[in-house]
Design a protein around this ligand. Structure first.
Ligand code: PMP
Ligand code: GLN
Length: 396
């Protein structure tokens, strides 16, 4: 028999699914896959439930229900001063995952080059390759994850069609600075390219760090496709409502991709997300301050246990260097060990790289109840003490 698609046949199951299954199998606290363990806002959930019962459950419009497209446009104006026409400049998708694929489909022809920044989210590379485009990888280095400007500039060339930028960034928790964004904007403009901006964590920033959409920089309005997700903004990751904002020259092409991927998305959830985007500023402020407190709790606890905890300015995640603990394991083996023995799950950061990668970092999700974070820290502490008793040489 002829073989099916080689790229997909050779793509492994996503690390988030693998580690969540391992967590379940071992009865571990799952600080791996990034999802909150509390429900999103009651009024938004109620709006979704009510919307199921009012006889509007047939196919909604291809680019999304008008209420949601108008709400996305209004949110862009309110948070960033971006003016959008909801008729032509917003497209609703089934999650940011679909939006990323649809935006790449809209921009890329086979042979085009795409600049990507490692560590990177796991759908980016397979999709770029499925489209026959060529990834050009630029790497951020821990612990500071600063943009290596010379390498980035060198990655752009005559065949570059786009850069895919994720800020706030998974798994590093990095929020790109205004200066870094200005540098990227200059490259995008000089090389006459586009930017696909994965901004799903736009409202999850801490310590006064403010998310700046690349699209707000001079010359970027016509070149950026800005993606966000209701899953993160309303702590409802299972809903899978994403939205793309961009120029009228590009969004209708994204909609063509969307029409061939899913065509449309559950109408009641769309209408509920429209309600959510209209919530007052206090909601958005509390979302980030409550998460920041959880980040602080988990980061302090991990540091006390001996991890080298990196700073996280945004997202659901903190990365931690476990090499000071002295196990001498790589990150995949370490994350498996703590899942099986300490009953706490994390994600190996090497999963966000292609090829050679740092192998001594684990990513922990802190979007959990305080008591869950405390219990995870207790379990890790008990495990580490036990290990030191049985392997005294390690603590030396
Ligand atoms: N991009 C990044 C950087 C993510 O971390 C995630 C995961 N939540 C997504 C996209 C996908 O978002 P969604 O669940 O809306 O598809
Ligand atoms: N974005 C989530 C994370 O990074 C996972 C989403 C998924 O499981 N596909 O943990």
């Amino acid at each position: 028999m002829k073989s099916p698609n080689t790229l997909l046949a050779n793509t492994g199951t996503t690390i988030f699914t693998v580690m969540s299954a391992l967590a379940t199998e071992n009865g571990a606290i799952n600080l791996g896959q990034g999802f909150p363990d509390t429900e999103g806002p009651g009024d938004v959930v109620r709006a979704a439930a009510d919307a199921l019962l009012d006889n509007r459950n047939q196919y909604p419009p291809l680019t999304g229900v008008l209420e949601l497209r108008a709400a996305v446009a209004a949110a862009n104006q309110r948070f960033y001063g971006i003016e959008l026409n909801p008729a032509t400049e917003v497209c609703v998708t089934s999650g940011a995952t679909e939006a990323i694929t649809a935006c790449l489909m809209a921009l890329l022809n086979p042979g085009d080059e795409v600049v990507l920044i490692e560590p990177l989210y796991d759908t980016y590379l397979p999709v770029v390759r499925l489209l026959g485009a060529i990834p050009k990888l630029v790497r951020l280095e821990p612990p500071k994850w600063e943009l290596p400007r010379d390498e980035l500039a060198a990655a752009f060339g005559p065949k570059t069609k786009a850069i895919l930028l994720n800020s706030p960034m998974n798994p590093t928790g990095k929020v790109f600075t205004a200066a870094e964004l200005a540098f990227i904007a200059d490259l995008v403009q000089r090389h006459d390219t586009y930017a696909v901006c994965d901004e799903v964590y736009e409202h999850l920033t801490f310590d006064g760090w403010k998310h700046i959409p690349l699209m707000t920089l001079p010359g970027m309005r016509e070149r950026c496709l800005r993606i966000s997700s209701a899953g993160k903004t309303f702590s409802l990751t299972g809903w899978k409502i994403g939205y793309v904002s961009g120029p009228a020259s590009l969004v209708p092409i994204v909609a063509k991709a969307h029409q061939n991927l899913t065509f449309t998305t559950a109408p009641n959830l769309q209408r509920a997300v429209a309600v959510g985007l209209g919530k007052d500023d206090a909601y958005f402020a509390a979302l980030s301050s409550e998460l920041a407190a959880r980040r602080d709790r988990l980061s302090a606890g991990l540091a006390e246990l001996g991890f080298g905890v990196l700073s996280s300015q945004g997202s659901y995640f903190v990365t931690a260097d476990f090499s000071p603990l002295g196990f001498g394991l790589d990150d995949v083996a370490f994350c498996r060990m703590i899942t099986e023995k300490a009953k706490v799950t994390a994600i190996p950061v090497s999963a966000f790289y292609e090829g050679d990668a740092p192998r001594h970092y684990a990513r922990f999700a802190f979007c959990k109840k305080f008591e869950v974070l405390d219990e995870a820290l207790n379990r890790l502490g008990d495990f580490l003490r036990q290990e030191r008793l049985t392997q005294p040489a390690r603590s030396a």
